[in-house]
Design a protein around this ligand. Sequence first.
Ligand SMILES: *Cc1c(COP(=O)(O)O)cnc(C)c1O
Length: 363
Amino acid sequence: MDSRNLINVTKTYLPPFEEFASLLSETWNTRWVTNQGPLAEQLETKLKEYLGVRHLLFVSNGTIALQLAIRALGLTGEIITTPYSYVATATSVLWERCKPVFCDIDKSDFCMDVSKIEALIGPETSAILPTHVYGFPCDTSSITQIAEKHGLKVIYDAAHAFGVKTKERSLLSFGDVSAVSFHATKLFHTIEGGAVITDSDEIAEKLFLFRAFGHKDDDYISIGINARNSELHAAVGLCNLPRVGSFIQRRKDLNDLYRRSLDNSRIEIPAIPKHIDYNYSYFPVLLSNEAEAVSLKEHLSAGGINTRRYFHPSLNTLPYLNPSSCPVSENIAGRVLCLPMYQELEDEDVLRISRSVNEFMGY
Ligand SMILES: *Cc1c(COP(=O)(O)O)cnc(C)c1O
């Protein structure tokens, strides 16, 4: 296959190099390259404005953001989480020596099925950790209600939710803490990076300490870790942030084009939830079974089109965990495929991908 014709599932947007470099000219003079420099500060301020949130701390990645959130909320014992997410959601719980208890998902939006949460709450439960899958919002009002009733904390894995709003409010503003990833594959990225977001001054103070070894200048207050990020990464973020609106608009157009050109009589295209401002971050489709999903993936790959089984496997089936059952998540994980989606994708690429899918489904 000619590599020029290869279509990847995602492609990292990079700003014009001169723009990136000019942001860093002062950094090259001062040599203030990390340790919460002026660009990291500026990025935090702009992100807080853009998202309308009270506290946001820029960190080195989305996984450490989840781990810091678990630490700052002092979680122990069991955390009720989703089996349908990236593996980092479950491994961050395990890494912090808590036990993930998997709550199955709703088959229409792939988020935690809130009607199944309460049956999983026991004396050891300390928190609920759902993911806004593909940027589809979790049922935040039911989750808040359940958490308040049982005295539990809520952390959202909001890695997919940048730019999503419900009733004019950023999805990143929900929960005791929201953890977000700014990895190169995400809609808004800083190459490597992430953030923890909270409304609470007290939790923000803990996150602040934990991010950098637990000390503030010469006061050594608590234990901590190194979760800070650099001026170079902040500069990428400062270049990309003003472009997020146009990224989302372009992805919306590509999403519409996929929906018009894919033959949806045998392929299921999940509906975008109503009454939200969506970010069009992914384009998942569902096949009728796992064998068909795997053969379609191979068929597209042979034509130079890369797709991803995102999310497969269902996290409750990870080999290092005790077996548990989440039939809906396992079913969806088996037959899902994410088609290429990124702002630099061309219309003709979407048409080529759609033709290839339709051809496969039609034989
Ligand atoms: C990307 C992602 C993460 C991890 O973020 P990193 O920045 O790669 O550590 C966690 N959860 C979900 C749902 C993700 O998509």
